[in-house]
Write a protein that binds this ligand. Sequence first.
Ligand SMILES: *[C@@H]1O[C@H](CO)[C@@H](O)[C@H](O)[C@H]1NC(C)=O
Ligand SMILES: *[C@@H]1O[C@H](CO)[C@@H](O)[C@H](O)[C@H]1NC(C)=O
Ligand SMILES: *[C@@H]1O[C@H](CO)[C@@H](O)[C@H](O)[C@H]1NC(C)=O
Ligand SMILES: *[C@@H]1O[C@H](CO)[C@@H](O)[C@H](O)[C@H]1NC(C)=O
Ligand SMILES: *[C@@H]1O[C@H](CO)[C@@H](O)[C@H](O)[C@H]1NC(C)=O
Ligand SMILES: *[C@@H]1O[C@H](CO)[C@@H](O)[C@H](O)[C@H]1NC(C)=O
Ligand SMILES: *[C@@H]1O[C@H](CO)[C@@H](O)[C@H](O)[C@H]1NC(C)=O
Ligand SMILES: *[C@@H]1O[C@H](CO)[C@@H](O)[C@H](O)[C@H]1NC(C)=O
Ligand SMILES: *[C@@H]1O[C@H](CO)[C@@H](O)[C@H](O)[C@H]1NC(C)=O
Ligand SMILES: *[C@@H]1O[C@H](CO)[C@@H](O)[C@H](O)[C@H]1NC(C)=O
Ligand SMILES: *[C@@H]1O[C@H](CO)[C@@H](O)[C@H](O)[C@H]1NC(C)=O
Ligand SMILES: *[C@@H]1O[C@H](CO)[C@@H](O)[C@H](O)[C@H]1NC(C)=O
Length: 467
Amino acid sequence: MMESIDHFHTALFIGVMCVVQTMGEICPYSDPGCSCGPYITCYNLQEIPPINTTVDSSQVTSLIFEEGNITSISDNSLPPGLSSLNLYHLPLANISDDAFDASAATLQDIYISRANLYSFPTALKKLTNLTHLSFIDSVIQDWDTATLNQSAATLENLALINVSLPAWPSWISDLYLLRQVDLSWNPLRNIPNDAFSSINDSLTDLNLKGTDLTHIPGALSTLLSLRILDLQNNNFTDLSEFQYITGSPFAHNLSVLYLDFDGLTRVANFSSLAALITLSLSSNRISFVPAGSLPTSLTTLYLSNNSLASVPEDVASMSKLSSLYLSTNIIGEIEQNAFPSSLTILNLANNNLTIITNTTFRNLNLVTSLSLTSNPISTISSAAFSDLVSLQYLYLIGSQLTEIPLALALLNPRINLYFTTTEQLSCPCPPNRQLSEFFTSVGYPAIFPDVCEDGQSVTSYLSGQCQ
Ligand SMILES: *[C@@H]1O[C@H](CO)[C@@H](O)[C@H](O)[C@H]1NC(C)=O
Ligand SMILES: *[C@@H]1O[C@H](CO)[C@@H](O)[C@H](O)[C@H]1NC(C)=O
Ligand SMILES: *[C@@H]1O[C@H](CO)[C@@H](O)[C@H](O)[C@H]1NC(C)=O
Ligand SMILES: *[C@@H]1O[C@H](CO)[C@@H](O)[C@H](O)[C@H]1NC(C)=O
Ligand SMILES: *[C@@H]1O[C@H](CO)[C@@H](O)[C@H](O)[C@H]1NC(C)=O
Ligand SMILES: *[C@@H]1O[C@H](CO)[C@@H](O)[C@H](O)[C@H]1NC(C)=O
Ligand SMILES: *[C@@H]1O[C@H](CO)[C@@H](O)[C@H](O)[C@H]1NC(C)=O
Ligand SMILES: *[C@@H]1O[C@H](CO)[C@@H](O)[C@H](O)[C@H]1NC(C)=O
Ligand SMILES: *[C@@H]1O[C@H](CO)[C@@H](O)[C@H](O)[C@H]1NC(C)=O
Ligand SMILES: *[C@@H]1O[C@H](CO)[C@@H](O)[C@H](O)[C@H]1NC(C)=O
Ligand SMILES: *[C@@H]1O[C@H](CO)[C@@H](O)[C@H](O)[C@H]1NC(C)=O
Ligand SMILES: *[C@@H]1O[C@H](CO)[C@@H](O)[C@H](O)[C@H]1NC(C)=O
């Protein structure tokens, strides 16, 4: 028995030594800013360190240079056989034509942000296996399309984010394998009707966030396989144009749709999006959601920061809805059975609620987080929280309660409770016995009023030392 344990320890020790040695062995850069392994990460370097060619770097697959002052990548400065290269936030101005040659057949994924490149690096032309290319937060001036065209036979994922792309790039049609396209934060303004002509069946993810669109692109209605569509931060006024989405061939397959910050005052009829899981409509000016406009398939619905006076009627019939965000609206009343019992997260912060009744949160026995912060709540019925048996977080900051609500006594004692009131807290003696017992078992919450109106501390009041 002892012997086998010792063998085990010896084996473990040798194993650990092997790992340490391997880690040391495969470090082709001896700079202290680099940490090595199959993934090399170099942080805040002035330039790319000389590569140690005696080191066997065949195990290195991924290289990250992050921050610092690296301005150029010259020939033979990268380890061979990389599959991924990340150049985060570097003032790169010059990548030599042969810089990627040692990884020409293996490099699949390139990410470049905050570079000072004038154009796409021509070194890309040598890559025969490039599937993912991302350029982020750089001003590209010369759109050398021939370079990208060279990757047409492999490129599946293209992100050109905040690169001053001045219009829809017609050359994207040459990249006939594209599945994911992200052109967010470029002033595109218009999308031509034939924009997706060669990728109409392959495109699954499209991001056009912040592209100065004022019309829903008609070209969307040519897409067959779209799953994720992001149109946030544009400005859409004509609801009938949503037909290009709701009447499209992909309508039954779309799973995620983002329409935040789009200046919407009403919602279109989205009910045909029968597989939609996430719908995001935050930060618009929506005041009413007509019954029968939202799909019942949703698991997550964002409607924060709008002008809703009530919970949309459709919510009640969303039997899979898990997360509902309704903060920063003007909801003053909640109808009975407004919420489905599938909810786990419910955010009602910053609304106009004054009363929480025994039925407001009926049957919500899966909810783990409930926010009622910043509502002028003055009354909470004593059984208001009795169905919330899974609750872990209750936010009641900035209420207008004048007494500690008895409803708290029914909460799980392990609750994280955040409660304040803008009013003076009256503490009638003696305190409710269940409330006292609750606070004895819960310990004192992190955020809770300190003193009663009459000056006694809430702690001593609740512990029965009534004055
Ligand atoms: C290169 O790596 C070898 C180990 O493989 C090491 O002995 C040598 O010191 C390294 N050279 C430099 C310049 O760091
Ligand atoms: C990068 O270079 C600039 C000027 O060349 C210098 O001001 C800055 O401190 C350098 N940054 C780092 C992280 O060394
Ligand atoms: C880029 O580097 C090459 C060789 O390293 C050099 O000849 C060329 O002048 C550089 N270009 C710029 C714009 O710095
Ligand atoms: C592309 O790279 C991957 C991973 O490095 C490799 O498995 C695959 O064989 C390569 N394809 C070609 C055509 O070289
Ligand atoms: C776009 O990139 C510039 C740097 O080139 C950065 O200053 C700016 O914040 C970025 N804009 C967005 C919306 O990310
Ligand atoms: C891209 O390549 C295809 C053929 O491979 C060619 O027909 C097309 O004109 C090229 N486009 C550009 C912009 O070079
Ligand atoms: C969509 O793609 C198919 C083949 O993938 C093609 O035949 C068809 O013309 C395309 N339709 C449009 C509207 O571009
Ligand atoms: C749409 O979804 C259905 C069911 O999930 C699937 O069978 C079909 O292949 C999908 N169509 C496309 C174009 O992705
Ligand atoms: C949105 O478009 C409408 C009409 O085209 C215009 O009146 C409004 O100012 C635009 N809003 C924003 C935020 O650009
Ligand atoms: C939305 O469309 C569906 C199906 O066409 C229809 O049953 C429903 O009444 C419509 N909803 C509204 C609010 O017009
Ligand atoms: C909030 O509710 C009160 C009545 O309880 C009402 O007078 C007030 O107009 C409501 N505020 C908004 C912004 O709807
Ligand atoms: C709420 O329920 C409790 C316990 O069932 C009951 O005592 C109380 O009267 C109810 N409150 C209202 C306003 O119906």
